[in-house]
Each structure stands twice: as C-alpha cells, then as structure tokens.
Ligand binder design. Structure first.
Ligand SMILES: Cc1cc2nc3c(=O)[nH]c(=O)nc-3n(C[C@H](O)[C@H](O)[C@H](O)COP(=O)(O)O)c2cc1C
Length: 246
C-alpha cells in the first residue's frame, strides 16, 4: 500500500514539473532578435531590422493619388527603426525567399542597386548617427561610417534643405557592372530604369507611413561618393531624404 502511494506521488510530481515547465515556456518574454536591436550588434556595426509589415489600411490607389514631393521636413522629429525597415524593404527588400527576388523589378534579376542610409543625430530612435549600407538578403544595416554627415552632403548637393533637415536620407547607388556584365552597354539604361522603380516604391511607402520625401538628382557625384564612403564600385544616383512633413 505504502509502495503504491510512493509511485502515485512520483507521478504527481512529474506531472506538476511538466506543467510548471510548460507555463514558463509559454509565458517567457519573446526574445526574437529580429524584433530588437542588441547592444552587441550595434557595437559590431550590424543592426538587425524589424520584419516589414505587409498590411495597411491605405490602398495603393490612395498612395498614388496623394504622393507629392515634400521638401519641407521636420528637423526635430526622428523616425523609428520600424519605419526605416519598412522604407528599405519597399525599395529593395526580399519578397520571394526561394528565388531571392526583390520588391522592385530588376533586369535579369542582376540587382545593381545599393542603398546607403545617412542617419542624423537623433534621426532614428534605436541607432546612432552614421552611414549604413542596407543588406537586403539579411535585412540588416551594416555600419560604413560613424557620425552625422548630413551637412557635408547638403553642401555638395546645391544646399538643398531637405538633406539637412531630414532625420535620414537614403542614398541610392548602383554597381553598374552587375548589369552591364550581362547586357553590355544596354545594361546602363536598365540600371537607371531600376532606380526609378525602387525610388517610386520609397515615395509610396513614405506616403503610406505618413512621411514625406523627395528624390534629389542634383548633386556632385564624386563628392557624394567620397563623403558617404561608398564602395569603389558604387555610383550615387539619388539622394532621398525622408522625414515627417512640417
Ligand atoms: C530624376 C529626377 C531628379 C530630381 N531631382 C530633384 C532635385 O534635385 N531636387 C528636388 O527638389 N526635386 C527633384 N526632383 C523632384 C521633382 O522636382 C518633382 O518630382 C516634380 O517637381 C513633380 O512634383 P511631384 O513629385 O510632387 O509630383 C527630381 C525628380 C526626378 C524624377
């Protein structure tokens, strides 16, 4: 009799232990690294971007109708990392994990575009001022250069005020050889076409987020390349400041 009771007690203890473990597992805070920026990652200059949101109450027709170039941007209001993630995803994010196709079309899927993000002081809540290169495959930002360089870029872009005021600017560059290696000289025009597709996605995504933007093509190529510390193979095509409309 005593032996049966001991066995029952052991079973009861095992069931209790299982239930406690289940409770802890289900209620433990979600520490998915995609949703947060770890200090280590910042130190190593790699920023994990949050997953993009693919639901919106704002129709694509409304964003097309409402889109306007906005040059008067609020210098006091920064963006969230969620907003930065969303803009970069719309421009060049991976939308097909099997084929690694991206949000904007690309001739022969050669993907020549390179997105650099200039972040001003207090420009993005979670990350420090600097220049970052977007890696579409990993949806990460990689630090290229530390510090707020907006006024330097502003000086070599006809002192266009959105560059100085916007919390961030996306510098769209391209590695032409990725496309011209396959298509020869004709590949050059394909790269410009692709920049247009991608920039329009940024316009529409900004509108959908309640943000303002303008594409800027008037600047000194060599100076922008040097100030931003762009890779030797990348040429700047557009400066795209984004912020809250004033
Ligand atoms: C290739 C290209 C280059 C542009 N460069 C500049 C620029 O350097 N500065 C600027 O303020 N706007 C620039 N824009 C934006 C145009 O001025 C703007 O699209 C035009 O005035 C129409 O206004 P909307 O975009 O509101 O429809 C550029 C647009 C394109 C397509």
């Amino acid at each position: 009799m005593v032996w049966i009771k001991k066995e029952s007690a052991a079973k009861l203890a095992a069931i209790l232990l299982f239930l406690v473990a289940l409770f802890i597992t289900l209620t433990w805070p979600n520490s998915d690294p995609v949703d947060e920026v770890s200090v280590d990652d910042q130190v190593n200059g790699v920023i994990e971007l949050p997953d993009p949101d693919i639901d919106s109450d704002y129709s694509v027709e409304q964003t097309i109708e409402q889109r306007r170039s906005v040059r008067s941007l609020d210098a006091e209001k920064g963006l969230s990392l969620d907003q930065v993630s969303q803009l970069l995803w719309a421009a060049q994010g991976i939308t097909d994990d099997d084929m690694m196709y991206r949000a904007a079309p690309s001739a022969g899927a050669t993907y020549p575009l390179k997105l650099y993000v200039l972040v001003g002081n207090n420009g993005v809540e979670e990350i420090s001022a600097g220049v970052y290169l977007y890696n579409p495959d990993s949806h990460q930002l990689e630090l290229v250069k530390e510090g707020d360089i907006r006024s330097d870029v502003y000086q070599v872009a006809l002192r266009q005020s959105p560059i100085n005021n916007a919390p961030i600017s996306i510098i769209m560059g391209a590695d032409f050889s990725r496309t011209t290696d396959r298509y020869g000289d004709r590949g050059e025009r394909y790269v410009y076409m692709e920049a247009g597709h991608s920039a329009q996605n940024i316009y529409l995504q900004a509108e959908s987020l309640g943000l303002g933007t303008v594409v800027i093509g008037a600047f000194d190529d060599g100076n922008v390349h040097n100030i931003v510390n762009m890779d030797e193979a990348h040429e700047p095509l557009y400066i795209i400041p984004v912020g809250y409309p004033r």
